[in-house]
Ligand binder design. Sequence first.
Ligand code: SP5
Ligand code: ZN
Length: 346
Amino acid sequence: MLIFHNPVHHAHSGRQEMYRGRLVDCHETPARLDYVLVELMRRGLGQLRLPGAPDMGLLLRIHDPDYLGFLATVWAEWLALDPAHAALDVLPSVWPGAGLRRDVRPRNLSAQLGRYAFDAGSPITAGTWEAALAGAACAIDAARALASGARRASMALTRPPGHHAGSDFYGGYCFLNNAALAAQALREAGATRVAVLDVDYHHGNGTQQIFYERADVLTVSIHGDPSTEYPFYLGYADEAGAGAGLGCNLNLPLPAGSGVEPWLAALQTALARIRTFGAEALVLALGVDSFEGDPISRFTLQSEDFLRIGQHVAALGLPTVLVMEGGYAVAELGINVANVLEGFTA
Ligand code: SP5
Ligand code: ZN
């Protein structure tokens, strides 16, 4: 399996995220990928490739130009306010939320942050844009590596993750939606119908938003019930898509605390829908924060369960792009991701 990896992900290294009135250490760290890389190489599970230049045309078919412009310049704007900002992360503190919603575009940087960010947990740092862009290129290149039909699967081993990022917003540690970019690249390479299966513990709200009114991309997400779990405001079972895309979004929320049995039952429901949809290619948004030891999540999957996930997804028989999402139990992260790949390729 070709594994597209962006070593410049190290340049995105947030210090702190807001949680319950305090700034706490970021969960989404560079060390995460180092663990995955070491374990994949130790088991000989793939060949590493560097991504090429990102296809900005494709990026602009998923993301809004103003939003991309904001991401490209926000760090420079931040430094322009005060050179001492170089030692600090960028976090929003005001939002056009309750009582303030109006379609205006304030020039103030804090106001712009609140317009584009939906949480205070996703710090922007000096290297965020560079890392996110190289990660997006990994996802696009991984999709294109399957286009010839010569290969069954490829992987985008990237961070920051992507599935919470929408056409014009960021949050949940995500800035560019790598899985959506991979799905779009598969479409443009000739797959008539593409499915995105999101197994991250958190609902893939960004991917859902991007494809919500499209009939050519089915989005399916298995995640913690948003009535108690992040991102809270989306991810409910009644969100089915809209317009031409009605019926092309499937949310499978499970109560916090769920174990592998209900999880695998939800996976069977997801796979059945992907089959009836007639998907010709698949993107697996691979978060492994469903693991019992994950510090911010509440399912109880064990490391060996990830082998079964890989096996079941492979049974679809589809060309598949695996895209790295969340997973914060750093020491076990490599084992859990490698188990999915091993199960998939067995
Ligand atoms: C890609 C992804 O998995 N994003 C997840 C974003 C979750 N952000 C909210 C994290 C809340 C942190 N809670 C700390 C709990 C410590 N016990
Ligand atoms: Zn997650």
